[in-house]
Design a binder for this molecule. Sequence first.
Ligand code: NAP
Length: 261
Amino acid sequence: MLEMFSLKGKVALVTGASRGLGKPVAKGMAAAGAHVVAVARDEEKLQQTKQEIEEAGGKATVLALDLSDEDAVRAGVRNVAAELGRIDICANIAGIINWQPLLDSDEEDFQRTMDTNVRGTFVMSQECAAVMRAGGRGGRIITTASVLGPLGRAKLHAYCASKSAIIGLTRSLASELGREEITVNCVAPGYFLTEINANLQSRPGYMDAINGVTPMERWGKPEEIVGAMIFLASDAATFVNGQVLHVDGGVSSSFKFQLAA
Ligand code: NAP
């Protein structure tokens, strides 16, 4: 029964594998049997991820690049495919956030967020889909939105726009690639303790405020994203396509009114 969750023999490209949520996913997919291609900008941290995977008996390759650099992404994926012979899983986890009041925002900030979060996911998914199509074995593309994907949030215009776009992109890719057994699904994290929200964690009252609106009354630990990602990447999810899987302690399902019933 557990065999259906195995990633043995698969090549899994994981973006954001240098830290945060992507690193435990990279390690988890390697532990499930995949040869992981760890992608992000910080080569030193990626080497650390690779070392930890290898120390645990897994296989990993480092691919250091900036996701907003289209040429680097296309060349990087093609080199990986040539070297490893296949790509079965493309887990797009990397992302950035930028808090700014509307009238202080400039187009450059907006563009940087869209380029990394949306264009990076699009180009990476497009290149991986081409490799999957050529291999004829189907594949798995996973994107990462947010609890803020379907919602708005003050001072997070570019981020919310990018995460809504990721959901639309996911559904469109799923509609197009499903007939080739390439599934495309999205994971929408709630509040996890990583660097992306370090400034919030240190703001007085913020930790408790998130606990207060989350039915499980706590923040997520980075390892708690791994199971959902492995599920979507595995044979356990062969007929799951175009979905948004919220991994958020229930925060997206609950009316956020903090007085007791
Ligand atoms: P994080 O700790 O800040 O890590 C972000 C990751 O993205 C790092 O590995 C970073 O690596 C990589 N990255 C950023 N810009 C990149 C670029 N231009 N090119 C290549 N890699 C880049 O954030 P996280 O918590 O792991 O977030 C992962 C994903 O989950 C993001 O898409 C985020 O929006 C989403 N999410 C997180 C939360 C949360 O509470 N943590 C909630 C909702 C959604 P380098 O710096 O080495 O490039």
